[in-house]
Design a protein around this ligand. Structure first.
Ligand code: NAD
Length: 436
């Protein structure tokens, strides 16, 4: 049984006979699982240069291509599309293809960056509308996402993520992929894509942070789990479960960055993935807001990230293939009643990520934000039933996400091979109508 009783009940054929819609059970990654659990269909509009490498990637992963029957994934390389006729060709491919998409299938479209030519720019942007709409149409746990790519982009790690069960709750997203920043790393083992990498996770004692630590460790990373001293016992349990180390640290303390850097220097001599996950809420309407609530939320959710990033980037600890992943929130995109302080901090994180990304590219470092929507945690379990049910259902997948869904997205962005993805905000929200 999950936290979501309605979803569990909806699996029962007797309940379905009453006309209750079935809430899909999402396909999630398990160790050793294949990239896809069925064949795929790959198409292109014009002479896109990505279709062939994607076919090779699929073949490598043991996925066969088929012209008939149900498919687990449909991939359209529309990167050569520049005219309205190309848009018509895309529909001719997509309509029968989408009809063949199996439950928990994946629709992945690759489109070009908008050009200066008005028609070509219109066509490039049109794919945004197509994919966001298709994501609302595909059923039974299927998702649709768009990669907007430059001609020299390396899309492999992003294609793998979006086709796999790792992206179960990432739906209706548009991600820009360019040529990788820094050196091109060697391809890693798909079962342990973070092998040999050192990762810091703040707020790792419970909830989403604990799931991030466990998921990154499962994928081969060495974990430094950070949380406040009061959470020491559960922090130690997470550190032990991941085979990593625990660092009791209030990230708002004036010496927090120094202590974190000293720990990294002494134990590992470097860090590869920094996950700013620690966060708090202190909700109050703006009209009733007090400085304490305002300042404490900004201190944990934003100021600590700015301070630690500045210290890390000024040091030699975060080198080529360094990855900074900042947890924001859909509240920082759409706003939320009673959360001006929280939304300020989370929107602030998005602003910080966009400013930092181009500044650190030359170092080979990427910086991205993840904006979770409704995630099933102890926090959301405490919500009043009506608010909780609302949060769960107002997205294309009609359910809340799990902490592991955020964690898998961190894992993708944390890979050395994901150097082409930077300055992005990826929502893990099942295409929530909030912030859409
Ligand atoms: P949580 O409250 O369960 O866990 C947060 C952790 O951060 C706790 O272990 C806490 O002790 C730690 N922490 C708080 N202040 C700290 C400090 N000063 N120094 C070090 N550690 C500190 O929260 P969660 O639901 O797991 O959320 C994790 C992140 O995801 C947060 O940034 C949150 O804003 C964001 N988020 C959560 C949801 C959701 O639905 N749960 C949705 C959107 C965004």
């Amino acid at each position: 049984m999950s936290n979501d009783t309605f979803r569990d009940l909806s699996q029962n054929p007797l309940v379905q006979r009453l006309g209750v819609p079935r809430i899909p059970v999402l396909r999630r990654h398990t160790p050793g699982a294949p990239l896809l659990d069925g064949p795929a269909l790959v198409g292109s509009v014009g002479a896109g240069r990505f279709a062939e490498p994607i076919r090779a990637l699929l073949e490598d992963a043991g996925v066969v291509e088929t012209a008939e029957g149900k498919v687990a994934a449909v991939v359209l390389d529309a990167t050569a599309a520049t005219t309205l006729d190309d848009l018509c060709a895309a529909q001719v491919f997509l309509t029968p293809a989408v009809k063949r998409l199996a439950p928990n299938g994946r629709l992945l479209v690759l489109a070009p960056e908008p050009s200066e030519d008005p028609e070509a720019a219109a066509v490039a942007q049109a794919f945004d509308g197509i994919v966001r709409s298709a994501a609302k149409e595909v059923r039974a746990g299927a998702t649709a996402n768009l990669l907007v790519v430059t001609p020299d982009a390396d899309v492999a790690s992003s294609v793998r993520f979006f086709l796999s069960g790792r992206s179960a709750y990432v739906d209706g997203q548009v991600v820009h992929v360019a040529a990788p920043v820094g050196a091109q790393p060697e391809e890693s083992d798909e079962e342990r894509p973070l092998a040999g990498r050192v990762a810091v996770v703040t707020g790792a004692a419970r909830g989403i942070g604990a799931a991030i630590a466990e998921t990154l460790a499962r994928d081969g990373a060495t974990i430094i789990a950070v949380d406040i001293p009061a959470a020491g016992e559960s922090l130690a349990a997470v550190a032990n479960a991941t085979g990593g180390t625990a660092l009791q640290l209030d990230i708002t303390a004036t010496d927090a960055a120094d202590r974190l850097l000293a720990h990294l220097r002494e134990r590992h001599g470097r860090v590869d993935v920094v996950v700013h996950n620690a966060g708090i809420t202190r909700d109050k309407l703006l009209a009733n807001m007090d400085a304490d609530r305002w300042n404490s939320v900004l201190a944990v959710n934003l100021r600590a990230q700015l301070t630690i990033n500045a210290a890390l980037l000024a040091s030699d600890l975060l080198g080529d293939t360094g990855r900074i992943v900042c947890v924001a929130s859909t509240s920082g995109i759409a706003g939320n009643r009673g959360q001006t302080n929280y939304a300020a901090s989370k929107a602030g994180v998005i602003g910080m990520v966009r400013a930092l990304a181009p500044q650190v590219a030359a170092k080979g470092v990427t910086v991205n934000a993840i904006a979770p929507g409704f995630i099933e945690t102890a926090m959301t379990a405490k919500m009043p039933l009506a608010t909780r049910e609302g949060g769960r259902r107002i997205n294309s997948l009609r359910q809340g996400g799990l902490p592991v869904d955020v964690a898998e997205t961190v894992g993708w962005l944390g890979r050395a091979e994901s150097g082409g993805v930077t300055g992005q905000v990826v929502r893990v929200c099942g295409q929530s109508l909030i912030g859409a």
